[in-house]
Design a binder for this molecule. Structure first.
Ligand code: HEC
Length: 160
């Protein structure tokens, strides 16, 4: 490539990079704790709540704490994608509105995703080292999910 062409290509890239900065996805930052929040529907001990909040809520609730680089596109688009997909699959803010069957299947999935080290997403823990689950944290969360499933099943046996 000639120098003149390289310069032109450089300018085009710069203009495109600047232009995409203007396209910002809406932020997922509701301050409200809904009545359907998981902690209003099943017992969530404080230590479990803290773990969920620091390692899952950014992608699985109505409130994300955004890092500064979410302001840079296309990184912000990528994060938005994670939040939208994560919430679609499991939203702790809406958990109480799920059917019993869905609640049970989500709790089961939580246990297996954590057990298999699939969640939180690797790309997330790279950037958020405080969100890495230690072995003992995993045990706490897995046991909690199992107990929660039992309590939901028992409640339904009684009601049904
Ligand atoms: C960086 C965003 C992010 C974080 C943090 C995160 N998840 Fe996810 N999660 C996702 C996305 C995106 C999906 C959708 C499936 C996929 O792409 O793997 C998902 C899927 C899931 C599913 C599958 C739901 C189903 O029905 O199959 C479960 C369960 C889950 N996450 C639990 C958790 C738990 C528990 C934590 C915290 C320990 C967590 N996730 C942290 C983004 C995240």
């Amino acid at each position: 490539m000639h120098i003149r062409q390289a310069k032109k290509a450089g300018w085009i890239i710069l203009v495109v990079l600047l232009a995409i900065q203007l396209i910002r996805p809406a932020r997922n930052t509701s301050g409200q704790v809904l009545t359907t929040d998981i902690k209003n529907s099943i017992p969530v001990p404080v230590n479990v709540q803290v773990l969920l909040q620091t390692t899952c809520y950014d992608c699985h609730s109505n409130h994300t704490n955004y890092p500064w680089y979410a302001n840079l596109q296309p990184v912000g688009w990528l994060l938005n994608n994670h939040v939208q997909n994560g919430k679609k699959q499991l939203n702790f803010s809406d958990f109480g509105s799920y059917s019993t069957r869905r609640q049970l299947s989500k709790l089961k999935a939580i246990g297996s995703q954590i057990q298999d080290g699939e969640m939180p997403l690797l790309s997330y823990t790279w950037m958020h080292s405080n969100a890495k689950l230690r072995k003992e944290d995993k045990i706490v969360l897995i046991n909690w999910a199992r107990q929660a499933m039992d309590s939901i099943s028992v409640k339904n046996l009684k009601n049904g």
